[in-house]
Design a protein around this ligand. Sequence first.
Ligand SMILES: Nc1ncnc2c1ncn2[C@@H]1O[C@H](COP(=O)(O)OP(=O)(O)O)[C@@H](O)[C@H]1O
Ligand SMILES: [Mg+2]
Length: 239
Amino acid sequence: MNAVAAAAAPLVLRAEGVVKTYGEGEAQVHALRGVDFDLREGELVVLLGASGSGKSTLLNILGGLDVPTGGRVFYRDVELTHADESALTRYRREHVGFVFQFFNLLPTLTLADNIGLPCLLAGLPEAEVEARTRALASRVGITHRLSHYPQQVSGGEMQRAAIARALVHRPALLVADEPTGNLDSANGATVISLLAELNRELGVTILLATHAADVAAAAHRTIHMRDGQMVDAPAGMPV
Ligand SMILES: Nc1ncnc2c1ncn2[C@@H]1O[C@H](COP(=O)(O)OP(=O)(O)O)[C@@H](O)[C@H]1O
Ligand SMILES: [Mg+2]
C-alpha cells in the first residue's frame, strides 16, 4: 500500500496519549509515556525497539489484552478504554488475531485442532471450521503437518500454524509480538514474507513488534520505540 492509499483508508486503531505505569512509588516502571498512534486498514506497520522499550505493553493494550493507565484507545469508532471486560473479550475474539514469540500452541492438540479451536469455541459448524483450517493450512504450507502435535514439528511450522490459528476467525487486525524471536534467520524470513503476503492477499491489517531491524523491510511504515515513547529513528543509533 502506498502512502496516498494509506492516508485514505479508514482508521482501524487510534491511540491518544496512552500511558502505562506498573507498580507504585520507588518501584514504578513507566512502560508507556504518552503514545499517539494511528493504524489504517490494510497497513503493515512494524514497531521497532530494544527490549524493554514498551512494544509488548503497547500491543497488549491495542489488542485488548491489557488496559492503559492513561490516555484513550479506539478500535474503529469504539473506545476500548471505556469497554467493560466482556466487550474487550468480544473485541479480541471477533476482531483481533494474535501471534506470539513462543507460538502458544496447545501441546495436547494437533495442529489442525489448534488452528480450528477459536472458531469451534465461537460456535461455527464443524464442517466450516474444517474447511477454513484446511484452506489456511494450505496457504501457510503445513497441510502435511495437520495431524501432528506441536512438539513433532519445527519452530517455523509451529509459527505458521499459529499464524493460521490467528486468522481462522477472519479478524481485521493481526497483532504479532516478536513473531521471529524464537526462529532461526531462514525461518524468520519465511514467516515475515508470509505475513506480508497475507496482508496483501487478505487485506488483514498487521501490527508487528520486533527488536530485529531487518524485519522492518517488509513494513509499509516503521515506528521506532525507545523508553516507552515513539521516536524518530535516531541516525546511526542501534535500536
Ligand atoms: N507486568 C509488568 N510489571 C512490571 N513491569 C513491567 C510489566 N510488563 C512490562 N514491564 C516493564 O515495562 C517496560 C516495557 O516492557 P515491554 O512492553 O515488555 O517492552 P518490550 O516488549 O519492548 O521488550 C519494561 O521496563 C518492563 O520491565
Ligand atoms: Mg516484548
